[in-house]
Design a protein around this ligand. Structure first.
Ligand SMILES: Nc1ncnc2c1ncn2[C@@H]1O[C@H](COP(=O)(O)OP(=O)(O)OP(=O)(O)O)[C@@H](O)[C@H]1O
Ligand SMILES: [Mg+2]
Length: 223
């Protein structure tokens, strides 16, 4: 990676020499609608955003369990997990955070396009990055549901399940969202959950109710 930066000092140069050319999209034989009918469910992405310890992973995990027990295909893409593999070469500076989210959006879109429910749990602090993820889905005709896991900073700091706020405040972690890096809260999320006011079960219920009301999940499966 470092060598590459030395060899290709400008982004433009890198783009010119590394972008794929001579590629053609190959359509399948089964349309999105036919796939959904055959599999008996709709594909979509549920995009959790919020401060560290706001409850994104906790809610996504519980929602995934609820959906799977209802025999609704669902798969969670979770921040740290993805950084162990696909995004292991990315850090936490603004450019890498943007690339992190761009890749996740693409992967979530693939899961959703396969007629699963993709659940992403990333801080995704920049509004522009989340909007880009939304646009990617919208352009492909795939529903994108932004869920804001929201709790005040003093609450998430007191939870601190990974001890990250403590380290960030001690200066051991640079560019930590909410402490030394910005978080741009969603302006119009589809679902807004105050995790300091609702229980985990109530939070999951609020999302499920939204999905049912929008006709994205078949209520009869959930009983
Ligand atoms: N109502 C609630 N909803 C969600 N989490 C809650 C709630 N009440 C308490 N918690 C607790 O808050 C913590 C949230 O941690 P979690 O790992 O889910 O956060 P996160 O948003 O995924 O953070 P990170 O960005 O660091 O991965 C957990 O310890 C969870 O048990
Ligand atoms: Mg998490």
């Amino acid at each position: 990676m470092y060598l590459k930066q030395v060899l290709y000092p400008t982004k433009l140069f890198s783009l010119i020499f590394e972008m794929a050319t001579n590629i053609t999209w190959h359509d399948g034989n089964v349309s999105k609608e036919e796939r959904a009918t055959l599999l008996g469910q709709k594909g979509l992405t549920i995009w959790f955003t919020g401060l560290s310890a706001s409850g994104k992973s906790t809610l996504a995990t519980a929602l995934e369990q609820t959906l799977l027990h209802a025999k609704i295909s669902s798969y969670r893409l979770d921040g740290d997990n993805i950084r162990f593999g696909l995004n292991k070469n990315l850090g936490f500076g603004p450019d890498d955070r943007t690339e992190n989210i761009r890749r996740i959006a693409e992967v979530a879109k693939l899961f959703a396009d396969s007629t699963s429910i993709a659940l992403t749990a990333f801080i995704s602090p920049y509004r522009a990055d989340r909007d880009a993820a939304r646009k990617l889905h919208q352009d492909a005709g795939i529903p994108f549901i932004e869920v804001y896991a929201d709790a005040p900073l003093d609450v998430v700091e007191s939870r601190d399940p990974k001890g990250l706020y403590k380290k960030a405040k001690a200066g051991e972690i640079k560019e930590f969202t909410g402490i030394s890096a910005p978080y741009e809260e969603p302006l119009t999320p589809e679902v807004h959950i105050r995790t300091d006011q609702l229980s985990i079960e109530e939070g999951v219920q609020k999302i499920v109710e939204y999905l049912v009301a929008q006709g994205l999940v078949d209520q009869s499966k959930l009983q």
